[in-house]
Design a binder for this molecule. Structure first.
Ligand code: PLP
Length: 416
């Protein structure tokens, strides 16, 4: 089936018992068995069955199946947040003494996880500029266990040459993890371009309405877990083959870290997925128009949207995303004061730290999401003092434009 159909029907063939057409919310911690032997068999994996919602839950299974189908993957684990997905996937692969290569200009929370938290457990990260793909090959050494990139870096908006990075990872026999939050499978399936593992913050476009935090890890089925440096996963693969990585996560790392989603949140993600392809088309259309409008505005110093014709990443966008590169853009008005003036003046757009909502959102990254980083750290992340990040919503474009027009005017009037 095609993405539009999978988004609506994937992972759920109807509830046999009640006939419910929406996925039932299975709001339970645990699952009762008739006999001691039956529950013992379920724990030992001798028979299938739900045990405890921290490990698996029927509502969440429907979400996992739908996401795996949409990404053309072999399986999925849904998590309580995007950060839980990234932490679980990375901690399933790297241990003390290992190294990670990540693209520069990615989400600040992921940078903090790598730099501040995983470093405390002996895992070192090197950040590389994605503009030159050779940087990835040059950063690899015998301790490197994975490469981590975002499809479009948030907020630097850099687009890696994903097939070329996948080839480098493949040659080094290490998996490539791609964060597909900003593009989603409605626009781009990293697995088709050689990525091994796809992660998501489903809190964003997949949920689509700013109503629940969640995440997901999908195995694209490209990495051969029987090879490579991951001893525990290699052992599991002898028994169960290609699903070894997800099995190891579900039964060890994910189970132990406790990052499972609430069943209600899985339901909200399933509901969001139903309209994802249609929403993404509108996000792209509005973002393209807004980027062009801002670029032509005399008071706007700069605009960064990889879909713009003069973006240095436009060629990659055309090749990878068929020209549609999501709803996120950044722009500058020259200084921090004007950025604050703009944000204080918008009426339709909401000033908050999120993206991917149906509503248009604006935020000043340097003083919010990136406030804990120093000036020398912000530059390589692409965060400037005048930067305003916009998550362009699906409202009528004329209303978004009118709101931005009046807010820019007021920002300049008030800071004269
Ligand atoms: C690209 C990207 N990945 C991961 C995350 C983390 O997701 P969550 O907030 O669901 O933990 C975010 C959050 O903004 C993000 O933008």
């Amino acid at each position: 089936m095609k993405a539009d159909t999978l988004a609506v029907h994937g992972g759920f063939a109807g509830d046999g018992g009640s006939g419910a057409s929406a996925v039932p919310i299975c709001q339970t911690v645990s699952y009762a068995y008739n006999t001691a032997q039956e529950i013992a068999d379920a724990f030992a994996g001798r028979s299938p069955g739900y045990i405890y919602t921290r490990i698996a839950n029927p509502t969440t299974t429907a979400l996992e199946t739908r996401l795996a189908e949409l990404e053309d993957g072999i399986g999925c684990i849904a998590t309580s947040s995007g950060m839980a997905a990234i932490a679980s996937a990375v901690m399933g692969l790297a241990r003390a003494g290992d190294e990670i290569i990540a693209s520069a200009g990615i989400f600040g929370g992921t940078v903090s996880l790598f730099e501040n938290t995983l470093s405390r457990f002996g895992i070192k990260t090197s950040f590389v500029d994605v503009a030159d793909t050779n940087n990835f090959a040059e950063a690899i050494n015998d301790k490197t266990r994975l490469i981590f990139i975002e499809t479009i870096g948030n907020p630097r908006m850099d687009v890696p040459d994903i097939p070329a990075v996948a080839e480098i990872a493949n040659k080094a026999q290490i998996p490539l993890i791609v964060d597909n939050t900003v593009t989603t499978p409605a626009i781009f399936k990293p697995g088709e371009f050689g990525a091994d593992i796809v992660v998501h913050s489903t809190s964003k476009f997949i949920n689509g309405h700013g109503t629940a935090i969640g995440g997901a890890i999908i195995d694209a089925g490209n990495y051969n877990w029987r090879e490579g440096p991951f001893e525990e996963i290699k052992d599991v693969s002898q028994r169960i083959g290609q699903l070894a990585f997800l099995w190891y996560l579900r039964n060890v790392i994910y189970r132990d870290l406790g990052g499972c989603p609430a069943p209600m949140n899985s339901f909200l993600m399933l509901q969001g997925l139903e309209t994802l392809p249609g929403r993404m088309a509108k996000h792209c259309e509005n973002a393209n128009k807004l980027a062009e409008f801002l670029q032509s505005h005399p008071n706007v110093s700069w605009v960064n949207y990889p879909g713009l014709e003069d973006s240095k990443f436009n060629g990659r966008v055309a090749k990878l995303f068929s020209g549609c590169c999501g709803g996120l853009l950044t722009f500058g008005l020259g200084d921090r004061q004007k950025a604050f003036g703009f944000i204080d003046s918008v009426k339709l757009a909401k000033n908050l730290a999120n993206l991917g909502d149906a509503k248009t959102l604006v935020v000043h990254p340097a003083s919010t999401i990136f406030h804990e980083f120093g000036a020398d750290e912000l530059a390589p992340m692409g965060v400037t003092e005048d930067m305003i990040r916009v998550s362009v919503g699906i409202e009528d474009f004329d209303d978004i434009k009118a709101d931005f027009e009046q807010a820019i005017e007021r920002a300049f009037k008030e800071t004269k």
